[in-house]
Design a protein around this ligand. Sequence first.
Ligand code: ADP
Ligand code: MG
Length: 598
Amino acid sequence: MRQAIAALPDILISQIAAGEVVERPASVVKEVLENAIDAGSSAIIIRLEEGGCQRISIQDDGQGIRHSELHLAVQRHATSKIRSLRDLESVGSLGFRGEALASIASVSRLSITTRTSDDDHAWQINVNGGQTMSEVSPSSGPTGTTIDVQDLYFNTPARRKFLKSASTELGHCLDVIRRIALSRPDIAFAIWHNGKVLERWAHGNIEQRVDAILGKEFHEARIPLESISGPLTLRGFISQPTASRARADQQFSYVNGRFIRDKVVQHAIRSAYQDVLHGDRQPMIVLALDIDPNLVDVNVHPAKTEVRFREGGAVHQFIYKAIQNALGTSVGQINRTSDATPENFTNGLGQSTLSSTPAWRPPTSNQYLPLSQNQKSSIDSFFSNINNSEKLHAETYYGTANDTTDLPLGHALAQIHGIYILAQNQHGLVLVDMHAAHERVLYEKLKQDLATGIKVQQLLVPIVMHASELEVSKAEDHRHTLETLGFDVATLSPTQLAIRTIPTLLQRAEPVGLLINLLSELDLTGSKAVIDAAQHERLATQACHAAVRAHRTLTLTEMDALLRQMEQTERADQCNHGRPTWVQLSIQDLDKLFLRGR
Ligand code: ADP
Ligand code: MG
């Protein structure tokens, strides 16, 4: 039976819009904070109850709302921020759609208390599920605005069910607050939850705010970046490759003050780090791009987290170059022959500038665990192997051992403090970080081995696991792919699977969890990235554990063998964590150190 067409009532329209704008308490926090910032606030207090599900109250000291306009603030498509399409094209405020407060009001109990500097007292309006409860009435309070949102989704129970636990929702709220606070260090923030203070960030500069929010790890790894080109300015901090993370959860990018997730920006960041970060490691970044508002469209997404650049290619290139330069100047893009600046080394006359060079730190993972007996013998066998076979190979490849001039990394002369190898090549002196170099060599070799085929471990007793009917049917659909990945999975019943083989490399991983992840990923994207990532991570750990520790004495033959291995290994110039594995000091560099020829 066909129903007649009818225009929807206003409240329903707002409730539908709320579906996009108000996804969860964190989205309310975001919209309300953006309004506070647009109002020119200098201090904002955020009070949450039960992760924001019960109550979100945000107080600012901004310009307030005139009481004659207060009823408009909660009306759909009413805004003080734009007046025309032209304004939209060059919008400078965070808001402009005029629908946030109306959407929030339609799915909660909202009260706004506000006072402008012209008012003798504050004014208040109350809206319940979109229905204005009373006329605007006198109230009390300081200049500024307090938006109080209670019982989110009280009138839309279906949506309320989608809310997660209070702690999960609180986590999302804090993420949103951090993103916004990072972009505005000039605004002070205080965050309360269930009556207790969680955070207080005072006014300050960007360094102070970044340190307050991202903590010590980023503080120690951050490289400042500033780059300007025509209408584009990029400012912020990026992490040394050493401080990479497994997830991209510490990447904050802004376009004209707005936190955004943008493919162009993300891709530029990834590409710039590609040479110095292996596999799926992710850098930490806080980067603000300022661009002529006419060159970017911010009206792409109701939550305004996406933008569209008029010249995406140019923006990509600009960000890519800026990051590469910043990384280059810091890592000292090791130049094989000339650029090792002797000014950065002590010259024996006490004119040390060493402390100003970046201090490389060991990666945060538990890298330097003591070696097991097993690993020790595997190192020894590695060296005896290369002593016998690889050295022969190296000689035929590079000529005889005396032929120093032809070997890129030269010949080992000595070992210093059990950490560095000192070698001589035709340009001068080569210094090698023994552990880092060996680790890289092993990692690349393990990756090569992996590429030639997955080794499979037959399980004596198959692992029987419960699975949903959906998962069981996915396992059947992807049976063949799973097998090529080393998982032989059989269906026992509509809700039971048996894992009969697993990839040998992942035998210490948790096979059930891995399989479930793999199934959902295969189904969603058809990709096996989870497995690749897990395997590469295993390989990296294996390489690290098997690589020679510091303080192990090597013979000259062993050292030479390692140098030859490095020469033959792709990407051997940097260790798995992005640190250099070797540096060159040319004769000229050495001369400069001793002020020779001046
Ligand atoms: P938008 O921000 O897109 O304009 P909103 O629904 O978020 O739409 O807000 C509607 C209007 O209410 C804003 O244009 C602004 O004039 C006013 N407003 C909202 N919050 C505040 C605040 N904290 N301080 C001053 N004015 C506010
Ligand atoms: Mg707004």
